[in-house]
Design a protein around this ligand. Structure first.
Ligand SMILES: C[S@@+](CC[C@H](N)C(=O)[O-])C[C@H]1O[C@@H](n2cnc3c(N)ncnc32)[C@H](O)[C@@H]1O
Ligand SMILES: [Zn+2]
Length: 295
């Protein structure tokens, strides 16, 4: 049974190092195994289920919400944002030096795909770890990024990742566990966070009954990371989208509104002549470095 050099992963049950075992027999699947014998097989779709215990009570994105996000992102509408995230990550890659990136709340994996394609041009020794609590999302992510360790886990629990093992953590519209991100990043690592800015998708939000973006988001972001991270830089990315009714419905449904709105009702609401087909997406990419003292 060949096993690769140990990836920077830790057993969610006992904290020991996990080793990757790739079996070659027909029908056999890879697994990650710790020294105490805890073993986690890859699902048929390629991700590892490292969810243990009860975890956080959480309304996971449904298969339909994930499908809407997949369709929308796959059409490339947010590609300028993905490129800007990838620029922020690339700034930390040194030619010929091993590089580890962790995408927390990876969703369908579209942003990580763009990042990995860019990083590959600079370093050929790249380890990618993608975390999400939604198995529907991870199925898509594992297909798009088969070279990554796609892990089902709860970011509010200790992450199944070794200390100081990661060069860059990316968090794109996903929850932020500052203490755990600080633990897994090495001292010169970076945290790259994407958040929406006030006015993001405003014309769509008004029609679809989506939540408006609060003005205080920046302050809240800094506050949520205080004691673990210091803000280093910001970059705003604005994207003017021209969308068909179907694309508008996907965009509305892939966000938090998808949890409480019906897809067909949403599509009907957005398919009226007076609905503007131009929608503005307003993002901020903030780069943080580890620093500050936990309060
Ligand atoms: C709005 S989506 C963003 C997905 C992706 N980053 C993107 O921008 O397309 C938020 C993601 O965070 C994941 N998520 C939410 N809470 C989580 C938790 N406690 N642990 C792990 N993932 C979580 C969701 O399943 C979802 O895929
Ligand atoms: Zn173990």
């Amino acid at each position: 049974m060949p096993s690769s050099p140990a990836p920077p992963l830790r057993c969610p049950l006992c904290g020991r190092q996990l080793t990757l075992h790739t079996l070659t027999g027909e029908g056999s699947r890879p697994s990650v195994v710790c020294g105490a014998g805890h073993s986690f097989d890859a699902a048929r779709q390629g991700y590892y289920n490292l969810l243990v215990g009860k975890g956080t009570v959480f309304e996971a994105d449904s298969a339909d919400m994930v499908a809407a996000r997949f369709n929308f992102l796959d059409a490339g509408h947010y590609r300028p944002l993905a490129d800007a995230v990838s620029d922020a990550v690339l700034a930390r890659v040194r030619p010929g030096t091993p590089f580890t990136v962790l995408d927390s709340g990876t969703g369908t994996g579209h942003y990580l795909r763009v990042v990995l394609d860019a990083v590959r041009g600079v370093s050929d020794d790249v380890t990618a770890i993608a975390l999400d609590i939604s198995k529907f999302a991870l199925r898509r992510a594992a297909r798009l990024n088969p070279e990554a360790f796609n892990l089902a886990c709860d970011v509010w629990q200790p992450l199944p990742v070794a200390e100081a093992a990661v060069d860059v953590v990316t968090v794109i519209f996903a929850p932020r566990n500052a203490a755990e991100f600080a633990r897994v990043l090495h001292h010169d690592g970076r945290l790259v966070v994407v958040t929406p800015r006030p006015g993001h998708l405003a014309s769509l939000a008004a029609k679809a009954g989506m939540l408006a973006i609060e003005d205080q988001k920046d302050a809240r972001l800094a506050e949520s990371l205080a004691g673990f991270f210091v803000q280093e830089s910001t970059r705003d990315v604005d994207i003017r989208l021209m969308l068909t009714p179907r694309e508008r419905a996907d965009l509305a449904f892939m966000g938090p509104a998808g949890h409480h709105l019906d897809r067909d009702a949403l599509a009907a609401k957005l398919d009226t002549p007076e609905t503007a087909s131009e929608v503005e997406a307003l993002f901020r990419i903030t780069v943080f470095r580890p620093g500050g003292r936990p309060g």
